[in-house]
Design a protein around this ligand. Sequence first.
Ligand code: C5P
Length: 232
Amino acid sequence: MGKDVIIACDFDSKARTLEFLDNFKDKKPFVKIGMELFYSEGPDIVREIKKRGHRIFLDLKLHDIPNTVKKSMAVLSALDVDITNLHAGGAIPMMKAAVEGLTRPDGTRPLLIAVTQLTSTDQQTMENDLLIKEPIDKVVMHYASNAKKAGLDGVVCSPLEAGKVHEICGRDFITVTPGVRFADGDIGDQKRVMTPAQAKEIGSDYIVVGRPITAADNPVEAYERCLKEFID
Ligand code: C5P
């Protein structure tokens, strides 16, 4: 499993995104395209960034009936992204259908990972709004196991959960972890954060880093610092 730093390109336009990526010249960081950019620019933004030589995590978090997810995943697979995702809350039949939809005629497919519980959902919200009374860690690990049973490759989780996910689902089940901050940086609206070095220590496979890189005075330097702390 290749460890890497994925930059969350949370921009609202193609122009701003490409201007940001131009800073990196011939370095080609792995980038995450989320709903904001995808919904404002459409699939062409994926083609454009791919054409420039970047690997892409398309973070659209699908959640619908199995047939709809299967057909949508086939569309995303044709876009040639490297990683995409869905909500494990859609349950095992939906996740299995997603794997089928994503698999190309030659048997290859992008990696597929699941969001377990959003980090914006806490125990109280889960109990009151979703009527789930179990402890949140147990729910997260159960959803990760369901994702594994359905044939997915891993989960998006907090770096604090990555070690336990590997214990339960195996070392090859990948963990993609946002909520990363430099020790001397601003944590912003993230609540539970880790440094790249701590994320490495705990066994995250990919870290997703947005503002510590996108809002830095020197984004290339910030990206390189992440790589150094996380990989070296
Ligand atoms: O700017 P920052 O480093 O906080 O960006 C983190 C990225 O990871 C954002 O794109 C955010 O939407 C995403 N993310 C997250 N927490 C999750 C899932 C995704 O921060 N649980």
